[in-house]
Structures are given as structure tokens and as C-alpha cells.
Design a protein around this ligand. Structure first.
Ligand code: HEM
Length: 186
């Protein structure tokens, strides 16, 4: 996985938990002492996913709660770092339609096989009031998709109503519908 996600998770750890807890979490996920994460480097998918399980175990919460927190932290960072993407698509539906393209463009520095891997994870279809996402990844991060979509919508005064047409939050292949409503009308 591209370093952006593990790097953000690590920034989250550095600001939210004491150094001993961070060391425990990295160790539990199989990373050596002193591990740092670069944005432009690829890291092992399984170890990155294990980070979230390790945070949940060490802090006594659920992986869903960790993904919800990381999503908010990630969007704070992404809005500062990639403000251009957010300006192009100020509403949630527009951003979710652009999201696969954003991922593919960030993967440009990878080898061809790595680029394909990132591009194959997401295929989006437009709906009049939202998007239908075809997600396919052995990382099974459908919950992360939903958490990010909900968080993004909340920041834009919208509510994301999410349903699975196929698979579920833990599936390697899922079809996820996100329908957006103004927060006041929800
Ligand atoms: C500017 C905003 C964003 C940036 C810079 C960004 C960047 C990234 C990067 C670099 C990865 C790792 C890709 C890989 O190596 O396979 C990733 C993974 C992911 N992103 Fe984003 N992302 C953004 C917004 C979003 C949004 C809004 C969503 C969902 C609504 C989303 C959903 C996901 C999911 C589900 C994964 C994990 C995919 C997997 O490995 O199965 N991202 N993102």
C-alpha cells in the first residue's frame, strides 16, 4: 500500500497516544522498533491493515471506531495537503466521483503492476443523488470507504446513507451505494 495511509495512521498515533503505546502498536502489527513511514514508499498491505487491528487491541476499542477516527484525521490532513482536489469537487458526490481518479493519479509513481493494483480497487458509477462504488481489494477495507464517505459528507453539511448491494464491510468485493442528503433534511 502507498505510504500515505500508514504515514497518516502513524501521525495519528504520534498525536493521540503516548510513545510507549505507539511502540506497542507498531510491534503488535509486526513493524520493528523505530519504524517510520514515507509518503512515497510502498508498504506491505497486510502489515498496514494489522496496524488498525493493533490500535483497536492496544486502546481497547473496535476496529470500526479506529477507522472512524482515522478517517477524520486523514481528511484533515488530505484537505491541507491536497486542497486542489477538494476545490475541484466541493460537494460530496463530486468528490466521490473523482476519488478513483485521485487514487490512480497518486499511484503514478509506482511500477505498472502497482498502478494497476490501485486502479483496480475502485470503479465508480454516478447516481442522481450519490454514487455506486464497485470496490475490489484483498485488504477488505469497505468499512474504511464508508467511514471516509460519511466523514466527508458531514463536513459538507450532508448525510451519507450507505447500503451494500453486494458483499459487506469485510468483503474483498463489494458494491456500495452512497446516497447524499442535506443534513437538515435527513
Ligand atoms: C484527497 C483525498 C484522498 C487521498 C489523497 C487518498 C489517498 C489514498 C492512498 C494513497 C491510498 C492507498 C492506495 C493503495 O496503495 O492501494 C488510499 C487508500 C484508500 N482510500 Fe483514499 N484517498 C483520498 C480520499 C479517499 C476517500 C474520500 C475515500 C472514500 C470515500 C477513500 C477510500 C480509500 C480506501 C477504501 C482505501 C483502501 C483501499 C484498499 O487498499 O483496499 N479515499 N487512499
Amino acid at each position: 500500500m502507498l505510504g500515505i495511509i500508514p504515514h497518516t495512521i502513524d501521525q495519528y498515533l504520534r498525536t493521540r497516544v503516548p510513545p510507549e503505546a505507539r511502540a506497542g502498536i507498531l510491534g503488535r502489527a509486526g513493524f520493528p522498533d523505530g519504524q517510520t513511514f514515507r509518503l512515497d514508499t510502498e508498504y506491505d498491505d497486510e502489515a498496514c491493515c494489522a496496524l488498525v487491528d493493533a490500535i483497536a487491541a492496544e486502546t481497547g476499542t473496535t476496529t470500526e471506531a479506529v477507522f472512524d477516527e482515522i478517517s477524520a484525521f486523514f481528511l484533515d490532513w488530505a484537505e491541507r495537503t491536497f486542497s486542489g482536489f477538494f476545490k475541484v469537487a466541493p460537494d460530496t458526490r463530486g468528490f466521490l466521483l473523482l476519488q478513483p481518479e485521485i487514487h490512480s493519479s497518486l499511484a503514478c509513481g509506482l511500477r505498472a503492476s502497482g498502478q494497476r493494483k490501485v486502479a483496480d480497487k475502485f470503479r465508480v458509477e454516478a447516481l442522481p443523488d450519490g454514487v455506486r462504488m464497485h470496490y475490489r481489494s484483498s485488504n477488505r477495507l469497505g468499512y474504511f470507504y464508508c467511514a471516509l464517505a460519511r466523514c466527508l459528507a458531514a463536513r459538507r453539511g450532508e448525510v451519507a446513507e450507505i447500503s451494500f448491494l453486494d458483499g459487506d464491510v469485510d468483503s474483498a468485493a463489494a458494491i456500495i451505494e452512497v446516497r447524499l442528503k442535506p443534513a437538515l433534511a435527513a
